[in-house]
Design a protein around this ligand. Structure first.
Ligand SMILES: Cc1cc2nc3c(=O)[nH]c(=O)nc-3n(C[C@H](O)[C@H](O)[C@H](O)COP(=O)(O)O)c2cc1C
Length: 236
C-alpha cells in the first residue's frame, strides 16, 4: 500500500503467517513520480523517490526483508507509463515478483494512463508480455474488478494470455462491503492463471468465502494496516 508497506512495516507483519510480502506501490518514471508528488501535496500518503534512487531503494528494501525472512517471497507493486522501468525492477537481486499496478484509481495516476487506466490500453497484453519476457522474476498483474466500461473476465484472459504468473484481483464491487465472490468464481472457472483474490478478507468467515471461490491465494490490506487482523491466516 502506497506510503505504508515498506520493509520495516512488512518485517513486523510477515510473522503473522504471510508467505508473500508486497512492497510499494512505487512510481518509477517521470510522469508517475510527478503524479505521486501531486498526491502527496493534497495530503495522501505515497512513496516518492527520485528517479536516480528508486531502483537502489527497492533493492535495499528487498534485502532488508530477506535478511529477516528468507522464506517469504518479496513482491514490488509498481507503476510506470512504459514497460522499461518495470523490467529494471524485475531484475533486482532477490526480488521474487514484480507486480504491475493496473489498480490504483487516484486521479493523478489515471491522468498519466497508469493504474486502472491501464485496463483500457489496447497494448495491455504487449506491455505485460514485454515485462514477462525480460525479467528474471515472476510477474503479477494487480487489477481492480468492475471498473466502468471494462469487462473484468476479458481482461483476466488477456493477462493470462500475456504470460503473467499471477492475476491479483481487488474484487471490489460498488455499493457492497464485500468482495464480488461471484465474479471471482467466474474468473477462476474460466482461466488457468494463478489467482490471488483480494478485498474484504477481514474475518475468518470472509477468508472462507474467498477460498471457496477457487482462488489460489488471497491478500489482505486494510485489516493489516488497521491492526485488526483477528483470525489465524495460517488456517487457510
Ligand atoms: C491506504 C491504501 C493504499 C493503497 N495503496 C495501494 C498501492 O499502492 N497499490 C495497490 O495495488 N493497491 C493499493 N491499495 C489497495 C489494497 O492493496 C487493496 O487492494 C484494497 O485495500 C482492498 O483490499 P482489503 O479489503 O484487504 O483492504 C491501497 C489501499 C489503501 C487502503
Amino acid at each position: 500500500m502506497a506510503g505504508i508497506t515498506n520493509a520495516d512495516f512488512l518485517n513486523k507483519v510477515v510473522p503473522f503467517g504471510f508467505n508473500v510480502a508486497t512492497l510499494g506501490g512505487y512510481s518509477l518514471d517521470k510522469p508517475t513520480i510527478e503524479a505521486s508528488q501531486k498526491i502527496i501535496e493534497r495530503g495522501r500518503k505515497e512513496f516518492v523517490f527520485p528517479l536516480n534512487t528508486i531502483f537502489t531503494h527497492i533493492e535495499t528494501e528487498v534485502a532488508s526483508i530477506k535478511k529477516l525472512h528468507n522464506d517469504v517471497k518479496v513482491s514490488a507493486n509498481v507503476r510506470a507509463t512504459t514497460p522499461q522501468p518495470i523490467i529494471e525492477v524485475g531484475k533486482i537481486k532477490d526480488l521474487d515478483i514484480v507486480e504491475i499496478n493496473c489498480h490504483c484509481r487516484q486521479d493523478e495516476i489515471l491522468a498519466v494512463g497508469c493504474g486502472q487506466e491501464m485496463l483500457t490500453r489496447n497494448d495491455l497484453s504487449d506491455f505485460i508480455a514485454q515485462v514477462v519476457d525480460n525479467v528474471d522474476c515472476e510477474v503479477s498483474v494487480k487489477i481492480r474488478a468492475n471498473v466502468d466500461g471494462v469487462d473484468t473476465l476479458k481482461i483476466a484472459k488477456i493477462i493470462e494470455g500475456s504470460g503473467a504468473d499471477y492475476l491479483h484481483i481487488d474484487a471490489m464491487k460498488k455499493g457492497v462491503f464485500e468482495a464480488d465472490w461471484e465474479l471471482l468464481r467466474e474468473i477462476c472457472n474460466n482461466t488457468d492463471i494463478k489467482i490471488i483474490g483480494n478485498n474484504s478478507v477481514n474475518s475468518e468467515e470472509n477468508a472462507k468465502k474467498m477460498i471457496d471461490t477457487g482462488v489460489d491465494g488471497f491478500s489482505i490490506a486494510r485489516s493489516v494496516i488497521s491492526g485488526n487482523l483477528d483470525f489465524n491466516i495460517t488456517n487457510f
